[in-house]
Design a protein around this ligand. Sequence first.
Ligand code: ZN
Length: 327
Amino acid sequence: MTHPTPTPPRGLHHITAIAGDPVENLRFYRDLLGLRLVKKSVNQDDPSTYHLFYADADGNPGTDITFFPWAHAKPGTPGVGVVSETLLTVPHGSLTYWTERLHAHGVRVDEQRTSFGEATLPFADPHGMRLALVEADAPFTFTAWDDGPVPAEHQIRALHGARVPVRDIAPSRAFLEGVMGFEHHAEEQGWHRFVLPGAQGAGAGHLLDVREAADERRGAWGVGSVHHLAWTVDDEPHQSALREAVAAAGRRPSEIIDRFWFQSVYFMEPGGVLFELATSGPGFAVDEEPAALGERLILPPWLEPHRAKIEAVLPDLSAATTPGSAA
Ligand code: ZN
């Protein structure tokens, strides 16, 4: 039986990574990069650890980067199957502002480059995670965070994409194109840019750059590495259709998991990168008022009876500066 090709995902939904100390993570992503902390929760498999969600003011899909801060975990190992750079979209003409802002806060910034025609500013977060700001048109709905430390005209607009080396590009390419519905956009300096339909320009918010690195060792997750890339699906029927196609390709997807703010399916693409398919709703405002997003610790119902115990062991985040004061 042949499976009809399902509708591809709509672009990036969120990116989840592993951080070190949560206060340092909060200072960097909220107070320096100016993203809003839209959800403060716990790792559902390890409730003694936070799960911190940063996004635009409303937590729109495609703007969200999330962290498990494991202060005592080992650093990640770069290598095949592990994302080597996470790209964030900023408005055209804002890299001068960002270079000065990062310098002023002691962040070592690498030389600006042009990748696939886009001005790109690479640097690392305090835990070694490689990031780059990319000037491009905003790919998704964006709400400026008026109380944030970065002026609205320079604020990070969205997730832009990710770069990953793989040992053998052929199976990844076959999977990305044949199952996920990516299109091969271009090749530059060994990087192949794959883009989902519906993207503008060079693929902002819809792209994955893959490079074949046959001789590199397998990378390993740890502090400073991306844990997974989540792609947006419309609803459960869309998610189920893609899940079936992933299963038919032998990639053994998880069951559909209820994450409250969205529903998720996980699987590894052939190069070793963990993917998630996440529904665009119901969204982060489902259990908090939009104005108060991220202020209190949000727990799933089965952990709520243990709130006092969980709050007692979680690190105190109040050492981070309050929004606005790092401007
Ligand atoms: Zn996720």
